[in-house]
Design a binder for this molecule. Structure first.
Ligand SMILES: NC(=O)C1=CN([C@@H]2O[C@H](COP(=O)(O)OP(=O)(O)OC[C@H]3O[C@@H](n4cnc5c(N)ncnc54)[C@H](OP(=O)(O)O)[C@@H]3O)[C@@H](O)[C@H]2O)C=CC1
Ligand SMILES: CCCCCC(=O)/C=C/[C@@H]1[C@@H](C/C=C\CCCC(=O)O)[C@@H](O)C[C@H]1O
Length: 334
């Protein structure tokens, strides 16, 4: 038995989450049954989806989220001690997982056997994990970028957005991004974005897009949603493709945003607009993970991690990510 900690989703969020919405619980892990493994978490992820997904969840549960950890006790020959796994075990320091009852929605994923020794394991939650797969498949499958096309991504200095822009460059596109600070914009230029702007300080989004994408936008990877997206659609070229990845500008709203209705724009420009959830391509993730790791090793993809130290600081890290404190992937190191 091991002393463990978890953070409970104690109060429904009202607008921006608060630290007092979580409660820390300490307890001992139970003895393992046949087929079970005890995982010690090394890194826990904080992600935007946690804010809207909790709307329909009951309070009192362990806060939802993915972690990357090491098996420290095992009653499963498939997962010997030392195996590194990723799983939606929630905000906890230790998790008992049943390997005999696989849940296709929440699989226990093993770190690839050939995962490069010189890459941090935290990347299995970031550029070589769920976030990286979101950028890789959500962009390539739905935007189908062609050489010479203009790609626009918002939330561009975040975990997903920063990868989308760099993949766009690898594919020979012109990459344009927006982010919420001048320091983030400077980093995007370092990454090779052809144009980038601070959406918080431009005189108008319309004017900024006109300047940054003078020949229009062919591919739009949308992390932000709502009014931002309606404005971007006006800058799309004929037959443009739009990948609807997220809608972070609406996650703290207590009600779903209504309108405006951009359907005539979509029709007249003959746009293809598609939403996705990245587990849709689960079967292809190993290939995507291998490609992302290879691009990182070759220096074609650069990444940043915003690492918060200490399990107890997870609420701070989560709120910080929602207000834009992170550049690159926000993770918590336990
Ligand atoms: N469909 C899917 O399967 C998946 C979707 N996603 C979505 O991808 C998006 C990006 O996620 P991820 O890269 O992990 O997160 P990020 O690393 O981008 O972190 C969130 C960022 O959002 C920006 N932000 C916050 N509020 C606003 C706002 N009102 N308007 C514009 N930007 C805002 C902040 O950056 P700034 O300083 O620039 O404002 C903040 O740093 C999210 O919408 C998420 O839900 C993620 C994973 C899977
Ligand atoms: C309106 C909300 C849009 C959110 C888009 C987004 O960020 C989606 C992310 C999912 C994410 C969900 C993870 C876990 C949900 C289950 C939680 C639980 O009950 O334990 C991940 O699965 C990949 C994205 O599709």
């Amino acid at each position: 038995m091991v002393k463990s900690k978890r953070l409970v989703f104690a109060r429904q969020f009202d607008g921006m989450p608060k630290e007092s919405d979580f409660q820390l619980v300490e307890e001992e892990t139970p003895a393992l049954k046949d087929g079970e493994i005890l995982v010690e978490s090394l890194f826990n992820s904080v992600d935007p989806y946690m804010r809207p997904y909790t709307r329909v969840l009951p309070t009192g549960i362990t806060m939802i989220g993915e972690g990357c950890g090491r098996v420290i006790e095992s009653k499963s020959s498939d997962f010997p001690v030392g195996t590194v796994v990723m799983h939606q075990y929630g905000w906890c320091t230790h998790a008992v997982l049943d390997t005999k009852k696989p849940d296709p929605e929440r699989p226990i994923r093993k770190a690839p056997a050939d995962y490069p020794k010189d890459l941090p394991l935290s990347l299995l939650l970031g550029a070589v994990g769920m976030t990286g797969m979101t950028a890789y498949f959500g962009f390539l499958k739905l935007c189908e970028p062609k050489e010479g096309e203009t790609v626009f991504v918002n939330g561009a200095a975040g975990a997903v957005g920063s990868l989308v822009g760099q993949i766009a460059k690898i594919k020979g596109c012109r990459a344009v991004g927006s982010a919420g600070s001048d320091a983030k914009v400077a980093w995007l230029k370092e990454l090779g974005f052809d144009a980038a702007f601070n959406y918080k300080t431009v005189s108008s989004l319309d004017a900024a897009l006109k300047e940054a994408a003078p020949y229009g936008i062919d591919c739009y990877f949308d992390n932000v949603g709502a009014d931002f997206t309606s404005t971007v659609l006006n800058h799309m070229n004929l037959y443009g493709r739009v990948s609807i990845c997220g809608s972070i500008s609406t996650y703290n709203d207590n009600e779903m945003a209504k309108g405006p209705y951009p359907f005539v724009t979509i029709l007249s420009k003959q746009l293809t607009v598609a939403g996705f959830k990245v587990p849709r391509w689960f079967k292809e993730w190993p290939k995507g993970m291998e490609q992302m790791a290879q691009w990182i090793k070759e220096g074609k993809i650069k990444y940043k991690e915003h690492v918060t130290e200490g399990f107890e600081n997870m609420p701070k890290a989560f709120i910080g990510m929602l207000v834009g404190e992170n550049t690159g992937k926000a993770v918590v190191k336990l």
